[in-house]
Design a protein around this ligand. Structure first.
Ligand code: NAP
Length: 280
C-alpha cells in the first residue's frame, strides 16, 4: 500500500503559513484557471504584505485579485505585465514594473506551456524552451538583488514537471531544426530538464546567501495546461494512468501521479517555499 499523502494548500499553510505574514511574493503564470492563480488566492489567507501577480494580460489577473480581496482585503496586490516569450518584456517588467518594490521574499516561477504547436519566442528560441526555462533564467538573474535583500527566509521556486525524467537536452539540435524535426513532447521534456537542472545548479552559484531554491513537480493538476492535448494524446494519458506508471529515460518505471485539484498542486509549491523540514 502506498504511504503517499496528498496535501492541500490549506493543510500546508495551516502548519507553516505564519512565516509568510508581511512578505512580498512574486508569482508568474497567474490566471483564473492556473496553479499560480490558485496559489495566489491561497496565500492571501496568511496575510502577506504584497502579492505581485504576473501575466501577459491584465484580464487574466483581475478575477484572481477580486478573489484575493474577498478573502483578505488587507493584502496588497500588484499586476506585473510580462510576456515570457520576449526578453525585452521581462527586462521592462523587472526594471519599470518593479521599480517601487525594494525586496522580494519569494519568487515563484510557475508559468509554462506544454506540448504546444511549434513556435519561436521573439528572441528566436523554440517556444517551450524559451518560456519554460530561458525566461526563468533571465527573470531570476534580474531579480536576484531584490531577493538577496530579503535574506535567509527567501525562496526561489521553479515549477517543473515529472516529464523531466524522460526529458533531455538536445544539445546538437536544441531548436528541432527550426521545427522540421519538432516533437512537442520531447520539447516539453527538454524544457523541463533545463529548468530542473537550473534549479539544482543555482544553489551552488548562490552558496552562502541562504536562499531556498527548489524545482517542484505540482503533480497532475487539472488546469488550463491541457489546452493543447489532442484526443490521441488524451487517450495515451488514459492508458498510462490505467497502467499506473510512466517510464523514464533509463527504462525504469515511476508512478503516474493521480489527478489532483489546483489546491493540491499549489501545496507542493508552498512546501518548497516555507516547509522548515526541507530547509537546506
Ligand atoms: N497541470 C499539470 O498537471 C502540471 C504538471 C506538471 C507541471 N506543470 C507545470 O506547472 C506550471 C503551471 O501550469 P498550469 O497547470 O497552471 O497551466 P496553465 O493553467 O496553462 O497556466 C500556465 C500559465 O502560464 C502562462 N503563460 C504561458 N505562456 C506565457 C508567456 N509567454 N508569458 C507569460 N505567461 C505565460 C499562461 O498564461 P496565458 O493564459 O496568457 O497563456 C498561464 O497563465 C507549468 O510550468 C507547467 O509546465 C503542470
Amino acid at each position: 500500500m502506498s504511504n503517499k499523502q496528498i496535501l492541500r494548500s490549506e493543510d500546508v499553510l495551516q502548519k507553516y503559513g505564519e512565516s509568510l505574514v508581511g512578505k512580498t511574493v512574486l508569482i508568474t503564470g497567474v490566471s483564473n484557471e492556473s496553479i499560480a492563480g490558485e496559489l495566489a488566492i491561497q496565500l492571501a489567507s496568511v496575510s502577506p504584505k504584497l502579492l505581485i501577480l504576473s501575466a501577459r494580460a491584465e484580464s487574466k489577473v483581475t478575477p484572481v485579485i477580486n478573489q484575493i480581496k474577498q478573502k483578505n482585503a488587507n493584502v496588497g496586490t500588484l499586476f506585473l505585465n510580462m510576456d515570457l516569450s520576449d526578453f525585452s518584456s521581462i527586462r521592462k517588467a523587472a526594471q519599470d514594473g518593479l521599480a517601487g518594490v525594494s525586496k522580494i521574499d519569494h519568487l515563484i516561477c510557475v508559468a509554462g506551456v506544454m506540448i504546444c504547436p511549434y513556435g519561436k519566442t521573439v528572441d528566436g528560441f523554440e517556444t517551450q524552451l524559451g518560456v519554460n526555462y530561458l525566461s526563468n533564467f533571465l527573470l531570476i538573474k534580474l531579480l536576484l538583488p531584490k531577493i538577496e535583500v530579503a535574506g535567509p527566509s527567501a525562496s526561489i521556486i521553479v515549477v517543473s514537471s515529472s516529464s523531466v525524467r524522460s526529458g533531455k537536452i538536445h544539445f546538437d539540435d536544441i531548436g528541432f531544426s527550426e521545427g522540421k524535426t519538432y516533437d512537442s513532447y520531447a520539447a516539453y521534456g527538454q524544457s523541463n530538464a533545463a529548468r530542473t537542472m537550473f534549479a539544482k545548479k543555482l544553489p551552488e552559484k548562490l552558496k552562502g546567501k541562504g536562499i531556498r531554491i527548489f524545482s517542484i513537480d505540482p503533480g497532475a493538476v487539472q488546469s488550463g495546461l491541457q489546452r493543447h492535448f489532442t484526443e490521441d494524446f488524451q487517450a495515451q494519458v488514459g492508458e498510462m494512468m490505467k497502467a499506473g506508471y510512466l517510464i523514464d529515460m533509463d527504462g525504469k518505471k515511476f508512478d503516474f501521479p493521480p489527478w489532483t485539484s489546483r489546491s493540491e498542486g499549489a501545496a507542493n509549491i508552498i512546501t518548497g517555499m516555507i516547509d522548515p523540514t526541507i530547509a537546506g
